[in-house]
Design a protein around this ligand. Structure first.
Ligand SMILES: [Zn+2]
Length: 186
């Protein structure tokens, strides 16, 4: 009977730091909505039918559009933004497996759930379409520090650090409280 039971995952206050870093970055970068023409063209380049949108990396059903070039590197923005030239249809598996990696480094890697480790048979073909996509139009690459006043820029990252420090402090206290409560069940 024990195998049908599954304990819910116990969340830690400090367990969401990469999501938070992502939020500090996506909350400041431009999101540019594509035109209908651009969406149509993007699917043409990727050889994907508008009636059956498949993942540009593996061919499975699409659940979201993923950043071809990552937005985050070493906990800082890369300079790329959310716009059609930097987004391709993706399945959840690929999006999760790819994380903050550049698509080219990841697609041929043995990362868990990568198209290579899932033995996708037309991987060469998909890679070729993605290469064409990368050359299509011009993806913006922005030097944020040049645009934003350095005081504001530094304050933004200091805020993240303050939040992380508070999360860590809160987790320590939570562990202590949990121990006290847990001693009742020992
Ligand atoms: Zn996929």
């Amino acid at each position: 009977m024990k195998q049908i039971f599954k304990m819910p995952t116990q969340m830690k206050i400090t367990g969401r730091t990469s999501t938070m870093t992502h939020a500090f970055i996506t909350s400041i970068i431009p999101h540019i909505e594509p035109t209908e023409k651009q969406v149509k063209r993007s699917l043409e380049i990727l050889h994907i039918s508008p009636h059956n949108i498949t993942c540009a990396y593996c061919g499975d059903a699409t659940t979201e559009w993923d950043h071809l070039r990552p937005l985050v590197k070493d906990r800082k923005p890369t300079g790329f933004i959310s716009e059609i030239h930097n987004l391709v249809p993706s399945c959840g598996k690929c999006n999760q497996s790819k994380g903050n990696k550049y698509w080219r480094d990841w697609i041929e890697s043995k990362a868990k759930l990568s198209p290579k480790s899932r033995n996708i048979d037309n991987l060469d073909e998909l890679t070729e379409h993605l290469e064409k996509y990368e050359k299509w139009g011009e993806a913006h690459f922005i030097d944020f520090e040049k645009i934003v006043n350095p005081v504001l820029w530094e304050q933004h990252w200091k805020n993240r650090q303050r939040l992380f420090d508070l999360m860590e402090e809160s987790q320590k206290l939570a562990t202590e409280i949990k121990k006290l409560i847990g001693s009742k069940f020992a």
